[in-house]
Design a protein around this ligand. Structure first.
Ligand code: FES
Ligand SMILES: [Fe+2]
Length: 425
């Protein structure tokens, strides 16, 4: 449970809000690079952290991001003409170079130096892993790009899909650090999902109330969920990470063959862009694995509409819930698609979950820890303390895993744990 005040702080992402300021200390992914022509492109509209923006390439192929607002009278620069060396607003012809500086102000007398005082608001953009990332915070504390594992593998070794969700980003993110829901919400579909093996899904279902080891780290949080198995000598452990503020790493299968993660990026207070990444650290994904993500027998994402980037399963159609499947099969949710199942439960909470009314149990410890960290860092930043997690992109190089570990040893004292941690770092 949170106070109304903390719930409000947690939910706001716009400029000048506490959480909005914290989010602006990190590089934020926003669109596939392939959606923007490589040289002198037309502007593409983007909304990110509650700001209306455009992105385009200039005549030399550099990415440029402007606020979608002409500093003259506020006309959307989206309508502007890309002249290669600058973007010209169609209303009165003011032209801005790739840094945002005003180059020409043809509606003012030639002798006026007014243009020297005017600039379009702009943000740096970088391309990494086929995705464009923006930095919307103060230049003097700009960190390096995050070294997430899937960024460093070849395109053939990863599969990336993006869609939008109609709710606040924190409640969407909470689903990924909540191992206890997996045995319920995703029951009946897991073993058919390409990203999880049947052995893992049986282990998940054997013990539905995991115990937690939660560790706060430089990058955010490490979570270890412990489940008993039918073998008293071994427990099933699933380890995942939350990389502040919006990246999650979901536990791998026991064979450590495939990893899986998400990015929960705030479009505004009530919409979230979800990036879903499956990758292999060592080999290329097969075409079948790629196809299964959206078209498998139990697809990870079942209903993406490629025209809108949204799910066709929505709150309005109750996520296409099938009551027959719910009553007569092991699919507890009656909803097809793992992402659809997650979306149904978090969108159903409302655009911003009312955390003043919830009742948290021991299974919610990771969520409590995550919220505390976000609120603590946001409040500290308001007092002038920069967040540790944004100090460098280097510490993002961690990976999730799962393992059967001897049950008579505490987690940290198990030699296999140090071995796995070292191998994944
Ligand atoms: S509003 Fe853009 S030039 Fe006037
Ligand atoms: Fe889930």
């Amino acid at each position: 449970m949170l106070s109304l005040q903390d719930n409000t702080i947690l939910g706001q992402v716009g400029p000048g809000t506490m959480m909005g300021d914290l989010l602006r200390r990190f590089w934020v992914p926003f669109i596939e690079a392939s959606k923007v022509e490589p040289v002198a492109s037309d502007p593409v509209e983007v909304e990110l952290l509650g700001e209306k923006l455009i992105v385009f390439t200039d005549g030399e192929g550099r990415y440029v991001m402007f606020e979608n607002f002409c500093p003259h009278r506020g006309t959307p620069l989206y309508y502007g003409k890309n002249e290669g060396d600058g973007l010209r607003c169609i209303y009165h012809g003011w032209k801005f170079d790739s840094t945002g500086a005003c180059m020409e102000m043809p509606s003012e007398p030639a002798r006026s130096n007014f243009k020297n005082k005017i600039a379009a608001k702009s943000y740096p953009v970088r391309e990494m892993a086929g995705i464009l990332w923006a930095y919307m915070g103060p230049q003097e504390v700009m960190p390096g790009l995050p070294h997430i594992e899937w960024v460093g593998v070849t395109p053939e070794m990863r599969n990336i899909v993006r869609y939008n969700q109609e709710c606040n980003w924190v409640q969407a993110l909470e689903g990924d650090i909540d191992s206890s829901h997996v045995g319920f919400l995703h029951r009946g579909g897991l073993y058919r999902d390409s990203s999880i093996s049947s052995q893992d899904s049986q282990l998940l279902l054997y013990d539905t109330s995991p115990r937690w080891v939660v560790e706060t780290t430089d990058y955010g949080m490490m979570l270890a969920a412990q489940r008993t198995t039918s073998d008293p000598a071994h427990d099933y452990w699933r380890i995942n990470q939350w990389l502040m503020p919006y990246v999650t790493m979901i536990p791998t299968d026991l064979e450590l063959r495939r990893a899986h993660g998400h990015m929960w990026v705030p479009i505004n207070d009530v919409q979230t862009q979800v990036w879903c990444i499956i990758w292999s650290p060592t080999e290329e994904l097969t075409q079948r694995e790629r196809d299964n993500v959206q078209h498998g027998p139990m697809p990870h994402i079942a209903t993406i509409d490629p025209d809108t980037g949204r799910l066709r399963a929505t709150k309005a159609n109750h996520f296409l819930q099938d009551r027959y499947l719910q009553r007569h099969t092991d699919l507890l949710s009656g909803i097809v698609g793992v992402r659809e199942q997650d979306t149904a439960v978090v969108e159903g909470m409302g655009a911003l979950a009312d955390r003043t009314r919830e009742h948290l149990g021991t299974s919610d410890i990771p969520i409590i820890t995550m919220r505390r960290r976000l609120l603590r860092d946001a409040k500290a930043l308001a007092d002038g303390v920069e967040p540790l997690a944004a100090s460098t992109g280097e510490h993002s190089g961690v990976r999730s895993w799962s393992a059967l570990l001897e049950s008579d040893k505490p987690f940290k004292e198990n030699p296999r744990v140090s071995e796995l941690m070292a191998a994944m770092a």
